[in-house]
Design a protein around this ligand. Structure first.
Ligand code: SF4
Length: 621
Protein backbone atom coordinates (compact mmCIF):
# COMPACT_ATOMS: atom_id res chain seq x y z
CA UNK A 1 0.00 0.00 0.00
CA UNK A 2 1.33 3.44 -0.91
CA UNK A 3 2.02 5.88 1.88
CA UNK A 4 1.58 9.64 2.03
CA UNK A 5 3.95 11.47 4.33
CA UNK A 6 1.74 14.38 5.43
CA UNK A 7 0.86 15.74 1.98
CA UNK A 8 0.82 14.67 -1.68
CA UNK A 9 1.83 18.09 -3.04
CA UNK A 10 -0.34 17.35 -6.08
CA UNK A 11 -3.59 18.98 -7.15
CA UNK A 12 -5.88 17.49 -9.78
CA UNK A 13 -6.68 19.85 -12.66
CA UNK A 14 -9.93 18.93 -14.47
CA UNK A 15 -11.15 20.78 -17.54
CA UNK A 16 -14.80 19.91 -18.23
CA UNK A 17 -14.83 21.75 -21.57
CA UNK A 18 -12.04 19.67 -23.08
CA UNK A 19 -12.14 16.55 -20.88
CA UNK A 20 -8.44 17.08 -20.21
CA UNK A 21 -7.18 15.93 -16.83
CA UNK A 22 -3.81 17.00 -15.48
CA UNK A 23 -2.03 17.70 -12.23
CA UNK A 24 -0.39 20.74 -10.68
CA UNK A 25 2.58 20.35 -8.34
CA UNK A 26 2.68 22.35 -5.10
CA UNK A 27 6.14 23.83 -4.52
CA UNK A 28 7.78 23.80 -1.10
CA UNK A 29 7.75 27.60 -1.15
CA UNK A 30 3.97 27.74 -1.71
CA UNK A 31 3.42 25.07 0.95
CA UNK A 32 5.36 27.11 3.50
CA UNK A 33 3.78 30.40 2.56
CA UNK A 34 0.17 29.25 2.00
CA UNK A 35 0.09 25.98 4.04
CA UNK A 36 -2.90 24.23 2.38
CA UNK A 37 -6.74 24.55 2.46
CA UNK A 38 -7.83 28.18 2.10
CA UNK A 39 -4.29 29.46 1.55
CA UNK A 40 -3.39 27.25 -1.37
CA UNK A 41 -6.90 27.57 -2.82
CA UNK A 42 -6.46 31.36 -2.87
CA UNK A 43 -3.01 31.10 -4.43
CA UNK A 44 -4.26 28.68 -7.12
CA UNK A 45 -7.13 31.00 -8.02
CA UNK A 46 -4.77 33.99 -8.10
CA UNK A 47 -2.56 32.19 -10.59
CA UNK A 48 -5.29 30.68 -12.75
CA UNK A 49 -8.35 32.92 -12.89
CA UNK A 50 -8.78 36.06 -15.00
CA UNK A 51 -10.03 39.29 -13.40
CA UNK A 52 -13.57 40.34 -14.30
CA UNK A 53 -14.96 36.97 -15.42
CA UNK A 54 -18.64 36.07 -14.96
CA UNK A 55 -18.85 33.66 -11.97
CA UNK A 56 -21.32 31.44 -13.83
CA UNK A 57 -19.21 31.25 -17.00
CA UNK A 58 -16.84 28.40 -17.90
CA UNK A 59 -13.95 30.74 -16.99
CA UNK A 60 -14.72 30.42 -13.29
CA UNK A 61 -12.67 27.79 -11.44
CA UNK A 62 -13.74 25.79 -8.37
CA UNK A 63 -10.92 24.76 -6.06
CA UNK A 64 -11.37 22.16 -3.31
CA UNK A 65 -8.37 21.85 -0.97
CA UNK A 66 -7.61 19.75 2.06
CA UNK A 67 -5.13 20.81 4.73
CA UNK A 68 -1.94 19.06 5.87
CA UNK A 69 -3.81 17.76 8.93
CA UNK A 70 -6.44 15.86 6.85
CA UNK A 71 -6.34 12.14 7.58
CA UNK A 72 -4.08 12.56 10.63
CA UNK A 73 -5.37 12.29 14.22
CA UNK A 74 -5.07 16.08 14.59
CA UNK A 75 -8.24 17.34 16.31
CA UNK A 76 -10.95 18.43 13.88
CA UNK A 77 -8.65 18.41 10.82
CA UNK A 78 -10.93 16.46 8.46
CA UNK A 79 -12.64 19.49 6.94
CA UNK A 80 -11.76 21.02 3.55
CA UNK A 81 -12.10 24.33 1.70
CA UNK A 82 -14.19 25.06 -1.39
CA UNK A 83 -13.36 28.30 -3.16
CA UNK A 84 -14.25 30.17 -6.36
CA UNK A 85 -15.65 33.49 -7.53
CA UNK A 86 -19.14 33.84 -6.06
CA UNK A 87 -22.22 34.37 -8.25
CA UNK A 88 -23.98 35.99 -5.27
CA UNK A 89 -21.35 38.63 -4.47
CA UNK A 90 -19.23 38.80 -7.63
CA UNK A 91 -16.05 38.54 -5.54
CA UNK A 92 -14.01 35.64 -4.16
CA UNK A 93 -15.58 33.31 -1.64
CA UNK A 94 -14.55 30.33 0.44
CA UNK A 95 -16.65 27.86 2.35
CA UNK A 96 -15.55 25.08 4.70
CA UNK A 97 -17.12 21.70 5.15
CA UNK A 98 -16.71 18.38 6.94
CA UNK A 99 -17.77 15.09 5.41
CA UNK A 100 -15.49 12.27 4.28
CA UNK A 101 -14.70 13.56 0.79
CA UNK A 102 -11.58 15.54 1.71
CA UNK A 103 -9.79 12.68 3.42
CA UNK A 104 -10.76 10.25 0.63
CA UNK A 105 -9.41 12.68 -1.98
CA UNK A 106 -6.13 12.88 -0.13
CA UNK A 107 -5.96 9.09 0.20
CA UNK A 108 -6.50 8.87 -3.56
CA UNK A 109 -3.26 10.82 -4.03
CA UNK A 110 -4.38 14.46 -4.33
CA UNK A 111 -4.36 17.30 -1.77
CA UNK A 112 -7.00 19.09 -3.76
CA UNK A 113 -8.60 19.63 -7.12
CA UNK A 114 -9.51 22.39 -9.55
CA UNK A 115 -12.44 22.26 -11.96
CA UNK A 116 -12.45 24.53 -15.01
CA UNK A 117 -14.68 24.88 -18.06
CA UNK A 118 -18.19 23.54 -18.60
CA UNK A 119 -19.45 20.16 -19.73
CA UNK A 120 -22.09 20.20 -22.48
CA UNK A 121 -24.19 17.67 -20.51
CA UNK A 122 -24.59 16.73 -16.82
CA UNK A 123 -21.59 14.78 -15.54
CA UNK A 124 -19.94 13.48 -12.41
CA UNK A 125 -16.21 13.05 -11.85
CA UNK A 126 -15.00 9.82 -10.24
CA UNK A 127 -11.57 9.71 -8.58
CA UNK A 128 -10.38 6.25 -7.60
CA UNK A 129 -6.80 5.94 -6.36
CA UNK A 130 -5.33 8.16 -9.02
CA UNK A 131 -7.70 7.14 -11.84
CA UNK A 132 -10.01 9.97 -12.86
CA UNK A 133 -13.09 9.46 -15.04
CA UNK A 134 -15.73 11.92 -16.24
CA UNK A 135 -19.11 10.13 -16.38
CA UNK A 136 -22.50 10.99 -17.86
CA UNK A 137 -24.91 12.02 -15.07
CA UNK A 138 -28.01 12.87 -17.10
CA UNK A 139 -30.01 10.23 -15.19
CA UNK A 140 -29.07 11.73 -11.81
CA UNK A 141 -29.80 15.38 -12.62
CA UNK A 142 -32.63 16.53 -10.37
CA UNK A 143 -31.86 14.18 -7.45
CA UNK A 144 -31.55 15.65 -3.98
CA UNK A 145 -28.19 15.64 -2.21
CA UNK A 146 -29.01 12.88 0.30
CA UNK A 147 -30.73 10.48 -2.14
CA UNK A 148 -27.97 10.93 -4.70
CA UNK A 149 -25.19 10.11 -2.23
CA UNK A 150 -27.11 7.10 -0.91
CA UNK A 151 -27.79 5.75 -4.42
CA UNK A 152 -24.16 6.07 -5.51
CA UNK A 153 -22.23 5.40 -2.32
CA UNK A 154 -20.32 2.49 -3.90
CA UNK A 155 -18.38 4.99 -6.00
CA UNK A 156 -16.81 6.68 -2.95
CA UNK A 157 -17.36 9.74 -0.79
CA UNK A 158 -19.08 12.65 -2.51
CA UNK A 159 -19.38 16.37 -2.90
CA UNK A 160 -22.69 17.00 -4.63
CA UNK A 161 -25.24 19.66 -5.50
CA UNK A 162 -29.02 19.47 -5.31
CA UNK A 163 -31.69 20.95 -7.59
CA UNK A 164 -30.90 24.49 -6.33
CA UNK A 165 -27.34 24.25 -7.68
CA UNK A 166 -28.59 22.81 -10.95
CA UNK A 167 -31.02 25.73 -11.26
CA UNK A 168 -28.24 28.26 -10.51
CA UNK A 169 -29.83 29.63 -7.35
CA UNK A 170 -27.34 32.29 -6.28
CA UNK A 171 -27.07 30.85 -2.76
CA UNK A 172 -26.96 27.14 -3.61
CA UNK A 173 -24.68 24.97 -1.48
CA UNK A 174 -22.41 21.96 -1.93
CA UNK A 175 -23.04 18.93 0.33
CA UNK A 176 -20.54 16.37 1.55
CA UNK A 177 -22.37 13.59 3.43
CA UNK A 178 -24.86 15.64 5.45
CA UNK A 179 -22.40 18.50 6.03
CA UNK A 180 -22.76 21.64 3.96
CA UNK A 181 -20.40 24.16 2.28
CA UNK A 182 -23.04 26.77 2.72
CA UNK A 183 -22.23 30.31 1.79
CA UNK A 184 -21.87 32.46 -1.33
CA UNK A 185 -23.54 30.17 -3.88
CA UNK A 186 -20.68 27.80 -4.64
CA UNK A 187 -23.25 25.12 -5.58
CA UNK A 188 -24.48 27.33 -8.45
CA UNK A 189 -20.95 27.40 -9.86
CA UNK A 190 -20.91 23.59 -9.91
CA UNK A 191 -24.35 23.71 -11.56
CA UNK A 192 -23.10 26.17 -14.19
CA UNK A 193 -20.44 23.62 -15.11
CA UNK A 194 -23.08 20.86 -15.41
CA UNK A 195 -21.22 19.09 -12.65
CA UNK A 196 -23.55 17.11 -10.36
CA UNK A 197 -20.89 15.72 -8.07
CA UNK A 198 -17.37 14.42 -7.52
CA UNK A 199 -16.61 11.14 -5.78
CA UNK A 200 -13.29 10.11 -4.23
CA UNK A 201 -11.99 6.76 -3.12
CA UNK A 202 -8.46 6.06 -1.94
CA UNK A 203 -6.52 3.52 0.07
CA UNK A 204 -3.19 5.23 0.62
CA UNK A 205 -2.08 5.44 4.23
CA UNK A 206 -1.48 8.92 5.61
CA UNK A 207 1.42 9.35 8.05
CA UNK A 208 2.74 12.44 9.79
CA UNK A 209 6.33 13.44 8.98
CA UNK A 210 7.59 13.71 12.57
CA UNK A 211 5.66 11.18 14.70
CA UNK A 212 7.42 11.96 18.02
CA UNK A 213 6.88 15.70 17.79
CA UNK A 214 3.29 15.16 16.61
CA UNK A 215 2.46 12.67 19.39
CA UNK A 216 3.65 15.09 22.04
CA UNK A 217 1.68 18.00 20.54
CA UNK A 218 -1.43 15.86 20.06
CA UNK A 219 -1.46 14.74 23.70
CA UNK A 220 -1.45 18.35 24.87
CA UNK A 221 -4.03 19.41 22.27
CA UNK A 222 -6.46 16.61 23.11
CA UNK A 223 -6.17 17.36 26.82
CA UNK A 224 -7.05 21.00 26.16
CA UNK A 225 -10.00 20.13 23.89
CA UNK A 226 -11.46 17.95 26.65
CA UNK A 227 -10.65 20.42 29.43
CA UNK A 228 -12.28 23.46 27.84
CA UNK A 229 -15.89 23.91 28.86
CA UNK A 230 -17.01 24.70 25.31
CA UNK A 231 -15.28 21.93 23.34
CA UNK A 232 -15.27 19.39 26.19
CA UNK A 233 -18.91 19.80 27.20
CA UNK A 234 -21.14 22.56 25.81
CA UNK A 235 -20.62 21.89 22.10
CA UNK A 236 -21.22 18.16 22.64
CA UNK A 237 -24.25 18.73 24.82
CA UNK A 238 -25.88 21.67 23.05
CA UNK A 239 -24.05 22.16 19.75
CA UNK A 240 -24.09 25.60 18.16
CA UNK A 241 -27.74 26.15 19.29
CA UNK A 242 -26.21 26.98 22.70
CA UNK A 243 -25.92 30.46 21.13
CA UNK A 244 -29.69 31.01 21.31
CA UNK A 245 -29.65 31.42 25.09
CA UNK A 246 -26.30 33.17 24.94
CA UNK A 247 -27.19 35.71 22.25
CA UNK A 248 -30.97 36.10 22.53
CA UNK A 249 -30.87 38.03 25.83
CA UNK A 250 -27.81 40.00 24.60
CA UNK A 251 -29.83 41.46 21.66
CA UNK A 252 -27.56 39.78 19.12
CA UNK A 253 -29.87 37.09 17.72
CA UNK A 254 -31.66 38.15 14.50
CA UNK A 255 -35.37 38.80 15.05
CA UNK A 256 -37.96 39.94 12.44
CA UNK A 257 -35.50 40.67 9.62
CA UNK A 258 -33.18 42.30 12.20
CA UNK A 259 -35.98 44.78 13.06
CA UNK A 260 -36.35 43.70 16.73
CA UNK A 261 -33.88 42.77 19.43
CA UNK A 262 -35.91 40.24 21.42
CA UNK A 263 -37.93 37.12 20.52
CA UNK A 264 -40.64 35.91 22.90
CA UNK A 265 -40.37 32.26 21.75
CA UNK A 266 -36.63 32.11 22.31
CA UNK A 267 -36.84 29.21 24.78
CA UNK A 268 -38.75 27.06 22.25
CA UNK A 269 -35.78 27.10 19.88
CA UNK A 270 -32.92 26.98 22.41
CA UNK A 271 -30.19 24.36 22.51
CA UNK A 272 -31.40 23.28 25.94
CA UNK A 273 -34.94 22.62 24.65
CA UNK A 274 -33.59 20.60 21.74
CA UNK A 275 -31.37 18.59 24.08
CA UNK A 276 -34.19 17.90 26.55
CA UNK A 277 -36.96 17.03 24.09
CA UNK A 278 -35.51 15.62 20.90
CA UNK A 279 -33.38 12.57 21.78
CA UNK A 280 -30.18 14.03 20.47
CA UNK A 281 -27.25 11.90 19.26
CA UNK A 282 -23.83 13.40 18.51
CA UNK A 283 -22.31 13.21 15.05
CA UNK A 284 -19.35 15.04 13.58
CA UNK A 285 -16.69 15.47 10.94
CA UNK A 286 -14.25 12.54 10.55
CA UNK A 287 -11.70 12.27 13.34
CA UNK A 288 -13.23 15.05 15.41
CA UNK A 289 -13.33 14.44 19.17
CA UNK A 290 -15.75 17.34 19.70
CA UNK A 291 -18.60 16.13 17.47
CA UNK A 292 -20.71 19.26 17.63
CA UNK A 293 -23.18 18.02 14.98
CA UNK A 294 -26.30 16.20 16.12
CA UNK A 295 -29.28 14.24 14.93
CA UNK A 296 -32.57 14.01 16.79
CA UNK A 297 -36.24 13.08 16.68
CA UNK A 298 -38.46 15.84 15.37
CA UNK A 299 -42.14 14.91 15.16
CA UNK A 300 -40.98 11.28 15.18
CA UNK A 301 -38.64 11.73 12.23
CA UNK A 302 -34.90 11.19 12.72
CA UNK A 303 -33.39 14.34 11.23
CA UNK A 304 -30.20 16.37 11.32
CA UNK A 305 -30.62 18.73 14.25
CA UNK A 306 -30.42 22.32 12.92
CA UNK A 307 -27.45 24.54 13.71
CA UNK A 308 -27.78 27.96 15.39
CA UNK A 309 -27.75 29.85 12.08
CA UNK A 310 -30.59 27.78 10.62
CA UNK A 311 -32.62 28.02 13.82
CA UNK A 312 -32.47 31.79 13.91
CA UNK A 313 -32.89 32.48 10.20
CA UNK A 314 -35.75 30.04 9.66
CA UNK A 315 -37.08 30.82 13.17
CA UNK A 316 -36.74 34.12 15.01
CA UNK A 317 -35.87 36.10 11.88
CA UNK A 318 -39.27 35.06 10.45
CA UNK A 319 -41.01 35.25 13.88
CA UNK A 320 -41.47 31.45 13.89
CA UNK A 321 -40.76 29.34 16.95
CA UNK A 322 -41.64 25.71 16.23
CA UNK A 323 -38.39 23.72 16.32
CA UNK A 324 -40.04 20.70 14.66
CA UNK A 325 -40.91 22.83 11.64
CA UNK A 326 -37.43 24.36 11.58
CA UNK A 327 -35.82 20.89 11.64
CA UNK A 328 -38.06 19.80 8.78
CA UNK A 329 -37.14 22.90 6.71
CA UNK A 330 -33.49 22.28 7.52
CA UNK A 331 -33.79 18.80 6.05
CA UNK A 332 -35.47 20.20 2.95
CA UNK A 333 -32.87 22.98 2.52
CA UNK A 334 -30.01 20.47 2.78
CA UNK A 335 -31.63 18.06 0.34
CA UNK A 336 -32.47 20.74 -2.23
CA UNK A 337 -29.08 22.37 -1.67
CA UNK A 338 -29.92 25.84 -0.30
CA UNK A 339 -28.02 27.98 2.19
CA UNK A 340 -30.26 28.39 5.23
CA UNK A 341 -28.72 31.77 6.19
CA UNK A 342 -29.37 33.38 2.81
CA UNK A 343 -32.74 31.64 2.41
CA UNK A 344 -34.00 32.86 5.81
CA UNK A 345 -32.67 36.36 5.19
CA UNK A 346 -34.27 36.53 1.75
CA UNK A 347 -37.66 35.28 2.95
CA UNK A 348 -37.50 37.72 5.91
CA UNK A 349 -36.71 40.58 3.54
CA UNK A 350 -39.61 39.57 1.24
CA UNK A 351 -41.93 39.49 4.31
CA UNK A 352 -40.96 43.04 5.23
CA UNK A 353 -41.25 44.22 1.62
CA UNK A 354 -44.76 42.72 1.55
CA UNK A 355 -45.71 44.27 4.90
CA UNK A 356 -44.59 47.70 3.66
CA UNK A 357 -46.58 47.33 0.43
CA UNK A 358 -43.52 47.16 -1.83
CA UNK A 359 -44.10 43.57 -2.97
CA UNK A 360 -47.18 41.47 -3.53
CA UNK A 361 -46.79 38.07 -1.89
CA UNK A 362 -48.40 35.77 0.68
CA UNK A 363 -45.32 35.85 2.92
CA UNK A 364 -46.00 37.18 6.40
CA UNK A 365 -43.98 37.31 9.65
CA UNK A 366 -45.22 34.68 12.09
CA UNK A 367 -47.04 32.66 9.42
CA UNK A 368 -45.35 29.33 8.66
CA UNK A 369 -48.01 28.21 6.16
CA UNK A 370 -46.12 29.13 2.98
CA UNK A 371 -42.52 28.50 4.01
CA UNK A 372 -42.31 24.94 2.78
CA UNK A 373 -43.63 25.87 -0.65
CA UNK A 374 -41.43 28.99 -0.81
CA UNK A 375 -38.28 26.90 -0.18
CA UNK A 376 -39.23 24.67 -3.10
CA UNK A 377 -40.13 27.66 -5.28
CA UNK A 378 -36.66 29.10 -4.69
CA UNK A 379 -34.87 25.82 -5.44
CA UNK A 380 -36.86 25.26 -8.65
CA UNK A 381 -37.08 28.98 -9.51
CA UNK A 382 -40.89 28.92 -9.72
CA UNK A 383 -42.92 32.18 -9.65
CA UNK A 384 -41.67 34.66 -7.04
CA UNK A 385 -39.11 32.00 -6.05
CA UNK A 386 -37.22 32.83 -9.23
CA UNK A 387 -36.62 36.36 -7.92
CA UNK A 388 -35.93 35.25 -4.34
CA UNK A 389 -33.29 32.90 -5.79
CA UNK A 390 -31.19 35.98 -6.64
CA UNK A 391 -30.83 37.03 -2.98
CA UNK A 392 -31.52 40.16 -0.90
CA UNK A 393 -29.32 42.62 -2.79
CA UNK A 394 -30.96 41.82 -6.13
CA UNK A 395 -34.48 41.97 -4.61
CA UNK A 396 -33.78 45.38 -3.05
CA UNK A 397 -32.53 46.70 -6.39
CA UNK A 398 -35.82 45.68 -8.00
CA UNK A 399 -38.39 46.40 -5.25
CA UNK A 400 -36.67 48.96 -2.98
CA UNK A 401 -36.38 48.58 0.80
CA UNK A 402 -32.64 49.18 0.73
CA UNK A 403 -32.88 50.53 4.30
CA UNK A 404 -33.79 47.05 5.59
CA UNK A 405 -31.85 44.89 3.07
CA UNK A 406 -29.40 43.06 5.32
CA UNK A 407 -26.32 42.12 3.34
CA UNK A 408 -22.69 43.19 2.95
CA UNK A 409 -21.17 43.07 -0.54
CA UNK A 410 -24.21 41.02 -1.58
CA UNK A 411 -23.83 38.30 1.09
CA UNK A 412 -26.76 38.09 3.48
CA UNK A 413 -25.96 38.78 7.15
CA UNK A 414 -25.00 35.97 9.50
CA UNK A 415 -26.73 35.55 12.87
CA UNK A 416 -24.93 38.08 15.07
CA UNK A 417 -26.46 41.56 15.11
CA UNK A 418 -23.59 44.09 15.30
CA UNK A 419 -25.69 46.57 17.28
CA UNK A 420 -25.14 44.18 20.21
CA UNK A 421 -21.47 43.45 19.41
CA UNK A 422 -19.98 46.31 17.41
CA UNK A 423 -16.62 44.70 16.60
CA UNK A 424 -18.56 42.02 14.77
CA UNK A 425 -19.86 44.86 12.56
CA UNK A 426 -16.29 45.75 11.61
CA UNK A 427 -15.71 42.04 10.94
CA UNK A 428 -18.69 41.90 8.55
CA UNK A 429 -17.74 45.15 6.81
CA UNK A 430 -14.19 44.00 6.09
CA UNK A 431 -14.60 40.22 5.64
CA UNK A 432 -13.42 39.23 2.17
CA UNK A 433 -16.59 37.20 1.45
CA UNK A 434 -19.16 39.71 2.78
CA UNK A 435 -21.27 39.38 5.94
CA UNK A 436 -19.93 36.03 7.12
CA UNK A 437 -19.64 35.05 10.78
CA UNK A 438 -16.55 32.94 10.05
CA UNK A 439 -14.05 35.79 9.69
CA UNK A 440 -13.17 38.24 12.46
CA UNK A 441 -15.84 36.77 14.74
CA UNK A 442 -15.42 38.98 17.80
CA UNK A 443 -18.92 38.26 19.09
CA UNK A 444 -17.56 35.51 21.33
CA UNK A 445 -15.37 37.95 23.29
CA UNK A 446 -17.70 40.92 23.08
CA UNK A 447 -20.96 39.56 24.28
CA UNK A 448 -21.04 35.86 25.05
CA UNK A 449 -22.71 35.81 28.50
CA UNK A 450 -20.99 32.50 29.25
CA UNK A 451 -17.68 34.24 28.89
CA UNK A 452 -18.81 37.76 29.64
CA UNK A 453 -22.11 39.50 28.88
CA UNK A 454 -21.87 42.62 31.01
CA UNK A 455 -18.45 41.36 32.05
CA UNK A 456 -17.28 40.37 28.58
CA UNK A 457 -13.60 40.77 27.78
CA UNK A 458 -14.31 43.40 25.16
CA UNK A 459 -17.15 45.83 25.68
CA UNK A 460 -20.18 44.80 23.53
CA UNK A 461 -20.51 48.40 22.40
CA UNK A 462 -17.97 51.09 21.51
CA UNK A 463 -14.82 50.90 19.43
CA UNK A 464 -11.97 50.32 21.90
CA UNK A 465 -9.61 47.56 20.77
CA UNK A 466 -12.04 46.27 18.15
CA UNK A 467 -9.85 46.74 15.06
CA UNK A 468 -6.94 44.88 16.66
CA UNK A 469 -9.09 41.89 17.59
CA UNK A 470 -10.94 41.74 14.26
CA UNK A 471 -7.61 41.65 12.38
CA UNK A 472 -6.11 39.07 14.74
CA UNK A 473 -9.15 36.79 14.37
CA UNK A 474 -9.36 37.25 10.59
CA UNK A 475 -5.71 36.26 10.21
CA UNK A 476 -6.05 33.41 12.66
CA UNK A 477 -9.02 31.96 10.78
CA UNK A 478 -7.09 32.14 7.50
CA UNK A 479 -4.30 30.16 9.11
CA UNK A 480 -6.56 27.56 10.78
CA UNK A 481 -8.61 27.14 7.59
CA UNK A 482 -5.40 26.52 5.69
CA UNK A 483 -3.80 24.02 8.05
CA UNK A 484 -6.87 22.82 8.58
CA UNK A 485 -8.11 23.05 12.17
CA UNK A 486 -11.81 23.54 12.82
CA UNK A 487 -12.65 27.04 14.06
CA UNK A 488 -13.93 25.52 17.32
CA UNK A 489 -10.34 24.65 18.34
CA UNK A 490 -9.75 28.35 18.95
CA UNK A 491 -11.45 28.06 22.33
CA UNK A 492 -9.21 25.39 23.89
CA UNK A 493 -6.00 26.30 22.07
CA UNK A 494 -6.14 30.02 22.90
CA UNK A 495 -7.77 29.80 26.30
CA UNK A 496 -6.39 26.67 27.97
CA UNK A 497 -2.98 28.26 28.41
CA UNK A 498 -1.39 29.15 31.74
CA UNK A 499 -1.21 32.90 31.04
CA UNK A 500 -4.84 33.14 29.95
CA UNK A 501 -6.29 30.68 32.44
CA UNK A 502 -4.63 31.95 35.58
CA UNK A 503 -4.67 35.69 34.95
CA UNK A 504 -7.60 37.11 36.94
CA UNK A 505 -10.49 38.10 34.63
CA UNK A 506 -10.47 41.82 35.60
CA UNK A 507 -6.78 42.06 34.64
CA UNK A 508 -7.33 40.24 31.35
CA UNK A 509 -10.28 42.49 30.63
CA UNK A 510 -8.20 45.60 31.37
CA UNK A 511 -5.40 44.48 29.05
CA UNK A 512 -7.73 43.47 26.22
CA UNK A 513 -9.69 46.71 26.36
CA UNK A 514 -6.82 49.14 26.97
CA UNK A 515 -3.73 47.49 25.53
CA UNK A 516 -5.20 45.54 22.58
CA UNK A 517 -1.93 45.47 20.63
CA UNK A 518 -0.24 43.75 23.59
CA UNK A 519 -3.17 41.33 24.01
CA UNK A 520 -3.27 40.22 20.37
CA UNK A 521 0.52 40.17 20.09
CA UNK A 522 0.77 37.70 22.95
CA UNK A 523 -2.10 35.45 21.88
CA UNK A 524 -0.71 31.95 22.22
CA UNK A 525 -0.94 29.94 18.99
CA UNK A 526 1.77 27.47 19.98
CA UNK A 527 -0.55 24.42 19.83
CA UNK A 528 -1.27 25.10 16.15
CA UNK A 529 2.48 25.50 15.49
CA UNK A 530 3.38 22.31 17.35
CA UNK A 531 0.73 20.16 15.63
CA UNK A 532 1.52 21.50 12.19
CA UNK A 533 5.28 21.11 12.72
CA UNK A 534 4.68 17.48 13.72
CA UNK A 535 2.53 16.82 10.65
CA UNK A 536 4.87 18.49 8.13
CA UNK A 537 8.20 17.58 9.77
CA UNK A 538 9.77 21.04 9.90
CA UNK A 539 9.57 23.74 12.52
CA UNK A 540 6.81 26.28 11.97
CA UNK A 541 7.08 29.12 14.45
CA UNK A 542 4.42 31.53 15.65
CA UNK A 543 5.79 34.39 13.54
CA UNK A 544 5.73 32.31 10.37
CA UNK A 545 2.19 31.10 11.01
CA UNK A 546 0.84 34.54 11.86
CA UNK A 547 2.43 35.92 8.72
CA UNK A 548 0.87 33.17 6.61
CA UNK A 549 -2.57 34.15 7.93
CA UNK A 550 -1.92 37.80 7.12
CA UNK A 551 -0.56 36.91 3.67
CA UNK A 552 -3.62 34.84 2.73
CA UNK A 553 -6.03 37.54 3.93
CA UNK A 554 -4.21 40.23 1.98
CA UNK A 555 -3.93 38.16 -1.18
CA UNK A 556 -7.71 37.64 -1.26
CA UNK A 557 -8.28 41.35 -0.56
CA UNK A 558 -5.87 42.22 -3.37
CA UNK A 559 -7.82 39.92 -5.73
CA UNK A 560 -11.12 41.50 -4.62
CA UNK A 561 -9.69 45.00 -5.15
CA UNK A 562 -8.87 44.01 -8.73
CA UNK A 563 -12.57 43.12 -9.03
CA UNK A 564 -13.47 46.68 -7.94
CA UNK A 565 -13.80 46.37 -4.15
CA UNK A 566 -12.78 49.44 -2.13
CA UNK A 567 -13.75 51.57 0.90
CA UNK A 568 -17.26 52.14 -0.50
CA UNK A 569 -18.01 48.40 -0.14
CA UNK A 570 -16.64 48.04 3.42
CA UNK A 571 -19.89 49.02 5.01
CA UNK A 572 -22.91 47.62 6.84
CA UNK A 573 -26.63 47.39 6.02
CA UNK A 574 -28.32 50.74 6.66
CA UNK A 575 -30.48 49.20 9.37
CA UNK A 576 -27.31 48.44 11.36
CA UNK A 577 -26.07 52.02 10.98
CA UNK A 578 -29.32 53.91 11.49
CA UNK A 579 -31.73 52.00 13.79
CA UNK A 580 -30.95 51.75 17.49
CA UNK A 581 -34.30 52.02 19.23
CA UNK A 582 -34.44 48.51 20.68
CA UNK A 583 -33.19 47.30 24.06
CA UNK A 584 -29.51 46.33 24.05
CA UNK A 585 -28.55 48.05 20.79
CA UNK A 586 -25.97 50.81 20.37
CA UNK A 587 -24.63 52.70 17.34
CA UNK A 588 -21.93 50.92 15.35
CA UNK A 589 -19.25 53.59 14.85
CA UNK A 590 -17.98 51.98 11.71
CA UNK A 591 -15.97 54.85 10.22
CA UNK A 592 -13.89 55.24 13.34
CA UNK A 593 -13.10 51.50 13.54
CA UNK A 594 -12.46 51.27 9.82
CA UNK A 595 -9.84 54.03 9.89
CA UNK A 596 -7.91 52.18 12.59
CA UNK A 597 -8.38 48.89 10.80
CA UNK A 598 -6.90 50.18 7.51
CA UNK A 599 -3.96 51.73 9.34
CA UNK A 600 -3.08 48.52 11.19
CA UNK A 601 -3.53 46.44 8.05
CA UNK A 602 -1.26 48.70 6.01
CA UNK A 603 -4.03 49.61 3.56
CA UNK A 604 -4.58 53.09 2.15
CA UNK A 605 -7.61 55.20 3.03
CA UNK A 606 -9.53 53.69 0.13
CA UNK A 607 -8.99 50.19 1.54
CA UNK A 608 -6.36 49.07 -1.00
CA UNK A 609 -3.37 47.14 0.41
CA UNK A 610 -0.25 49.34 0.12
CA UNK A 611 2.46 48.02 -2.18
CA UNK A 612 4.97 47.96 0.67
CA UNK A 613 2.73 45.59 2.66
CA UNK A 614 2.15 43.33 -0.35
CA UNK A 615 5.90 43.18 -0.97
CA UNK A 616 6.63 42.40 2.66
CA UNK A 617 4.17 39.52 2.47
CA UNK A 618 5.68 38.23 -0.78
CA UNK A 619 2.45 38.72 -2.75
CA UNK A 620 4.08 41.07 -5.27
CA UNK A 621 7.79 41.44 -5.89
S1 SF4 B 1 -16.20 20.75 16.06
FE1 SF4 B 1 -17.99 20.30 14.83
S2 SF4 B 1 -17.66 21.38 12.86
FE2 SF4 B 1 -15.67 21.27 13.94
S3 SF4 B 1 -14.69 19.45 13.09
FE3 SF4 B 1 -15.80 18.84 14.97
S4 SF4 B 1 -17.81 18.13 14.30
FE4 SF4 B 1 -16.87 19.28 12.60
Amino acid sequence: MKEIIAVNNRVLDINLSTGKIGTIEISHKDRREYIGGKGLATRLLFENIKTGIDPLSPENIIVMMTGPTAGTPSPAGGRFTVMCKSPLTGIFAASYVGGKFGISLKKAGYDGLMVRGRSDKPVTVGIDNGDVVIKDASGSWGMDTYDFQEARKEEGDWVVIGPAGENLVKFAVIASDKRIAGRCGLGAVMGSKNLKGISAKGNRKIRVADPDRFKKALKIAQKKVLAHDNTGRRLRELGTPQNVRAYGPASIMPVRNFGKSKFDKMEDISGETIRDRHKIKNVGCPGCPIKCGRTGKFNDRELVSPEYETIVFMGSNLMLGDINEIAFWNDKLNRLGLDSISTGNTIGFAMELTEKGLLESDLKFGDSGNIDRTIEDIAYRRGLGDELAEGVRSLSQKYGGEEFANHVKGLEMAGYDPRGCTGQGLGYATANSGATHLSGATHAVEADPLGGGADSYLSPHGTKGKAHFVIMLQNLVEMTNSAIFCIQTQFPFLEENVAYKYTPAPILRFIMRNLPAVAVGTTDISDYCALLSGVLGYKIGKKELRMAGERIYNLERFMNCREGISRKDDTLPRRMLEEFGEEGWAPVELDKMLKQYYRIRGWDENGQPEEARLKKLGIVY
